[in-house]
Design a protein around this ligand. Structure first.
Ligand code: BDR
Ligand code: CA
Length: 322
């Protein structure tokens, strides 16, 4: 059965391919895409998202949301990784499509409140819009089937030792979301280091459909750029493997079919005050959490490892056969 979904993102390179997967998936009906400041500033994010939607061959509304974080504005963006424009400065034409007038948070609240059945929600960026939506209308938490988030790291971070970019960028927002009762699946960095990759062979298959399908064309160009970066980084570690592991792509794949990853339920807390650990997802892996003070806190399904074969099959089948 097709599931209705809202996607919140800060469209950089991996958000872009993740959106292309969601938009082409027969399992998902994307009701709208909401944009948030993160990888790059909000204007770039909106522009990139519109370009991605056009390449997807689908017509889905795009909404602009928050351009600053909840409290500590001024965190460094991720332009060093995603390029100044957030899409690797690749020559994708300017969009013809325009952004909606409604604010992203209004769209999220309205859509969830009006939904006849609980809907799905995916976040691929900092959680500023999502936190604001929960604060604005706390009843939305009862009408979400599953919130799937690319967020956090169990064993390590990327932006700082223990903090992953999306949480690090706006920890107060992440805390509001993680403290809420919404059913949650967290796709952290860990499965990207354990099966959550696309091999060079997978990328060649996608490239072979580039002339036929505009979404494969866009994805191929993005992957080629990402592969070059991965090779450069790999050289530092004497790692010559040719692969990409876009975090947001895996998160959308998990939202489509969570059997592609190994999931374990944990209580997860967001650190907002630590000198070295601000933005850390504190995953309680003690054996006896039932003794903890927060013993009734809802657990989060955390993805720990991915099945590479199943993951790449899902992506390839979706893009080649849709
Ligand atoms: C996350 O941070 C961003 O740079 C990516 O788009 C992804 O959502 C990975 O840490
Ligand atoms: Ca992102």
């Amino acid at each position: 059965m097709t599931r209705n979904v809202i996607i919140d993102c800060d469209t950089g390179m991996d958000d872009a391919v993740a959106l292309l997967l969601a938009l082409r998936s027969p399992e998902l009906n994307v009701l709208g895409i909401t944009c948030v400041n993160g990888n790059v500033g909000l204007d770039h994010v909106v522009n990139n998202t519109l370009r991605v939607v056009e390449h997807s061959g689908k017509d889905v509304p795009v909404f602009a949301g928050h351009s600053t974080t909840l409290m500590h504005a001024g965190e460094e963006d991720a332009a060093a990784v995603h390029g100044k424009d957030g899409l690797g400065n690749l020559p994708f034409p300017a969009p013809k499509k325009t952004v909606e007038k409604e604010h992203a948070v209004d769209f999220i609240v309205r859509t969830i409140m009006e939904a006849k059945e609980p809907i799905d929600w995916i976040t691929l960026g900092p959680m500023t819009n999502s936190a604001m939506a929960i604060r604005r209308e706390p009843r939305i938490v009862d009408n979400v089937r599953m919130l799937t988030m690319m967020a956090g790291g169990v064993n390590a971070g990327n932006t700082s030792v223990m903090s992953e970019f999306n949480v690090y960028f706006d920890p107060e927002a992440a805390r509001i979301v993680f403290d809420s009762r919404i059913p949650k699946t967290m796709v952290p960095l860990d499965p990207l280091w354990a099966g959550g990759i696309l091999t060079e062979e997978n990328l060649q298959t996608i490239k072979s459909a580039a002339d036929r399908n505009s979404w494969c064309g866009m994805a191929s160009q993005i992957f080629a750029k990402t592969l070059a970066t991965m090779l450069e980084l790999g050289r530092i570690r004497d790692d010559e493997r040719r692969y990409v592991s876009p975090p947001d792509l895996l998160a959308v794949a998990v939202a489509i079919d969570n059997s592609i990853v190994e999931l374990k339920d944990y209580q997860v807390f967001i650190e907002t005050a630590g000198e070295y650990t601000r933005g850390m997802t504190v995953v309680d892996r003690r054996r006896f959490t039932h003794l903890g003070v927060d013993k009734d806190r809802q657990k989060v399904a955390v993805a720990l490892a991915a099945d590479q074969q199943k993951y790449s099959k899902l992506v390839l089948d979706t893009w080649l056969n849709s």
